[in-house]
Design a protein around this ligand. Structure first.
Ligand SMILES: Cc1cc2nc3c(=O)[nH]c(=O)nc-3n(C[C@H](O)[C@H](O)[C@H](O)COP(=O)(O)O)c2cc1C
Length: 352
């Protein structure tokens, strides 16, 4: 077979041609523009062809075995990018070691009015208040069934906006039951800032109720799948200690740290963008998220598996998260700013 060229040589083209083109569009439109072309390239066989350069780094040394799963490499796509499980096969060709679909909710919902996503170019960041726009869990299941699936897929689950918090457990149960046979692990999302009241479910009692309900369902399944909790970067140390206790006491399989932040300190972008409501992601959340990972890792003596996410824009950033105690990492904003070469750069760095 013809040896694939190193795609890193194409990376400057992304920053000089493709990214400026994308910046000329509103961020949400750019998202669908990119994923539309990604899917077209995939359907034409261009991403998989031995004659086109590959994003993948295939090496047994990158493999991670965790949650009873084998990850071909530790670099995953964070939740929110492929909310509806529409692009599993094409995203796999970009070299990710795993993908997390969702957040899905029991019933499809439109999310918040547009515009609801903002670029903070000077800060290499995004602010979003999407509000769990998604087609609902049934649609996601149908799409996952059709996907080829060569890497682990996580299912990130949440509650509908119209569901009051005292009935939220049922929403998590519905998504969990419907997705159970179709994903490899679960992420319970109570940390998005864009669904009113959702973060109140991060309290110890509320979380215990949700996880008890999910574990009851799990106990009736033939195969045990890992259920992780995705947490916010805005928790105080005492709240993180509570979470460490809760994870240990209840057998929660791991943590995803972190979601977006509400903190707006130290930003350089125009005020009218910085002041937009929503969660901030990208470079400004990097250190906060790494400190959360470090704290949990130390407080639990390394006994809690952590997926590290927040502001990974370079191989160094990924190493920082892994050195702080993460077993795997995920990207969202860095993937948009740096392009798919970021995945390859991180994996190559891990081998060097
Ligand atoms: C536009 C956008 C939508 C997101 N949607 C979700 C979501 O539906 N569920 C979720 O758990 N996290 C969601 N996130 C958060 C990311 O998964 C990630 O935790 C966060 O952005 C920090 O990582 P990053 O700095 O690499 O983007 C979203 C992030 C962005 C930028």
């Amino acid at each position: 077979m013809k040896k694939k060229r190193d795609k890193a040589t194409f990376a400057p083209m992304y920053k000089s041609i493709i990214r400026p083109l994308l910046y000329s569009m509103p961020p949400e439109r750019a998202h669908y523009f990119v994923t539309g072309w990604l899917e077209r390239f995939y359907q034409l066989g261009l991403l998989q062809s031995p004659f086109t350069p590959s994003f993948k780094v295939e090496d047994a040394r990158l493999e991670r075995k965790i949650f009873g799963l084998t990850f071909p490499n530790p670099v995953g796509l964070a939740a929110g990018f492929d909310k509806d499980a529409k692009w599993i096969d094409s995203l796999t060709e970009l070299g990710f070691g795993f993908l997390e679909i969702g957040t899905v909710t029991p019933i499809g919902q439109p999310g918040n009015p547009k515009p609801r996503m903002y670029r903070l170019v000077e800060d290499e960041a995004l602010i979003n208040r999407m509000g769990f726009n998604n087609d609902g869990v049934d649609a996601a299941v149908e799409r996952i069934k059709k996907a080829k699936r060569s890497i682990p897929i996580g299912g990130n689950i949440g509650k509908n906006k119209v569901t009051p918090n005292d009935q939220a457990v049922r929403d998590y149960e519905i998504c969990f039951e419907k997705l159970y046979d179709h994903v490899d692990y679960f992420s319970v999302n109570v940390s998005s800032p864009n669904t009113p009241g959702l973060r109140e479910l991060q309290g110890k009692d509320e979380l215990k109720r949700i996880f008890d309900a999910l574990f009851t369902i799990r106990s009736k399944q033939s195969k045990e799948k890992a259920v992780l909790l995705k947490i916010a970067p805005d928790l105080e140390k005492a709240q993180l200690d509570d979470i460490v206790d809760l994870v240990k006491e209840n057998g929660i399989d791991g943590l995803i740290a972190t979601n977006t932040t509400l903190d707006r300190s130290g930003l350089h972008s125009p005020k009218e963008i910085v002041n937009q409501a929503g969660g901030l992601s990208g470079v400004p959340v990097k250190n906060k998220s790494t400190e959360v990972i470090r704290h949990i890792h130390q407080a639990s003596d390394g006994s809690i598996p952590i997926i590290g996410v927040g502001g990974i824009h370079s191989a160094d950033d990924a190493l920082e998260k892994l050195n702080a105690g993460a077993s795997l990492v995920q990207l969202y904003t860095g993937f948009i700013y740096e392009g798919p070469w970021l995945i390859k750069n991180i994996n190559k760095r891990l081998l060097s």
